[in-house]
Design a protein around this ligand. Structure first.
Ligand SMILES: [Zn+2]
Length: 398
């Protein structure tokens, strides 16, 4: 008896999620069209829609075009009926926003990290949350946090974030205890992938997609059938620490020759400093110790040989790592985001060249690698979007 009841409840929730998902995806839609797309019966759709209207999540927005009979009433999401708080913890800056159901950022707070780590970095998280909560956007249904490092999303634990000096930090529990709200945490590259998937562009609801975030560190977010794939320990997509060069430079993880030591923004600056002596005519060789990402980019634009070498090496090694992902997963759509994308077309060509050489030609042919939008807010949005992808149950007031 008990299990029959549970199943009935699950079916109701499943139908509700399906209808909501359809209304989320399409700006204005009739009940009949929802029934057609979800393959639920008309009475079921009507019941669910009545519930959603009563919850304030959906409203009737006018009449659609008639296809013979009576004009249908169109339904739309009430995008400001719920808010989420989303945090993005980057190495130099923590930022947070209040986000509505369509991913519009209503308010923002940014605080500089200035080398703070451990307990002090945690206090900075509270400071942002305090400020955002004080702004009085209501109702807030949950808090999402995208953080660097290895994250166990299921347990809500930051397993290891080297820069912040967090080890086995139960971040979700700490935030939940303080604010009494549901909390989701995930790795920042995974957050960026979700943000791109939900708000970034035209992505089908069951799409496979890999978003690679190439900045000071390198990480990939992998979506399979429209769901974030995190692996058994939450570390799926941690490609930055693939060892790609035996005896290479020391990585912040303690190993030598990780992909990050060659293909990240930090990696190219370090390598330009090291190789400067081999390029005496390079403008960068005049003052190798002060090479920065910006000076490297300027030299690169001028065709400087040293800058070209480190940037194209970065592309080639990243391309090799992407070839491994393609060979393993056969996913055909890759989007690159993060600070390295400033090196543009030539960098992308190096990546594609190595990718093609590194996997079966049949697999390479069908694969597209693109640079994502430059000023992307996807990371900040992604942490909150996961709450919706996971389940819509958060939207229902208890
Ligand atoms: Zn490493």
């Amino acid at each position: 008896m008990h299990s029959v009841k549970a199943t009935h409840q699950q079916t109701k929730e499943h139908n509700r999620d399906l209808v909501l998902k359809t209304i989320f995806a399409i700006k204005a839609i009739s009940r009949a069209e929802i029934a057609r797309l979800t393959q639920l019966t008309r009475p079921t759709v009507s019941d669910v829609v009545t519930l959603l209207i009563n919850e304030g999540l959906v409203k009737e927005v006018g009449m659609g075009a008639s296809i013979g009979g009576k004009s249908p009433i169109l339904l739309s999401l009430v995008e400001d009926s719920r808010y989420m708080i989303s945090l993005h913890l980057a190495h130099d800056q923590f930022s947070g926003g209040v986000v509505n159901l369509r991913g519009e950022i209503k308010a923002r707070v940014k605080l500089s990290v200035s080398g703070r780590d451990g307990e002090q970095a945690l206090n900075l998280v509270y400071e942002i949350l305090d400020q955002l909560i004080c702004m009085d956007w209501k109702p807030i249904i949950g808090i999402g946090v995208g953080t660097p490092g290895l994250v166990n999303t299921r347990e809500g634990v930051v397993v290891n974030a080297v820069n912040l000096d967090w080890k086995n930090l139960p971040l979700a529990q700490l935030i939940r205890d303080r604010y009494q709200l549901p909390v989701h945490i995930l790795n920042d590259s995974q957050a960026a992938a979700i943000g791109e998937y939900v708000y970034g562009g035209a992505h089908a609801s069951d799409e496979n997609l890999v978003v690679i975030n190439v900045r000071e560190g390198i990480g990939a977010g992998i979506l399979i059938n429209g769901r974030l794939f995190q692996g058994d320990g939450g570390g799926a997509g941690e490609i930055g620490h693939l060892v790609v060069q035996e005896g290479g430079l020391l990585c912040r993880c303690g190993n030598h020759g990780c992909l990050e030591t060659i293909a990240s923004t930090r990696g190219i600056v370090d390598r330009a400093k090291i190789f400067a002596k081999d390029f005496p005519t390079s403008e960068l060789a005049r003052d190798p110790e002060n090479i920065s990402l910006d000076s490297l980019q300027n030299a690169y634009k001028d065709g400087d040989a040293l800058a070209q070498k480190v940037v194209l090496d970065a592309g080639l090694y990243l391309g090799g790592a992407i070839a491994s992902l393609i060979s393993t997963l056969n996913i055909q759509k890759f989007i690159l985001i993060g600070d390295m994308t400033r090196f543009g077309k030539q960098w992308l060509e190096a990546i594609c060249e190595k990718m093609s050489q590194g996997t079966l030609s049949k697999l390479a042919e069908g694969t597209s690698i693109e640079i994502g939008k430059p000023e992307s807010q996807e990371t900040i949005l992604g942490a909150s979007a996961l709450m919706l992808l996971d389940s819509y149950s958060l939207l229902f007031m208890q």
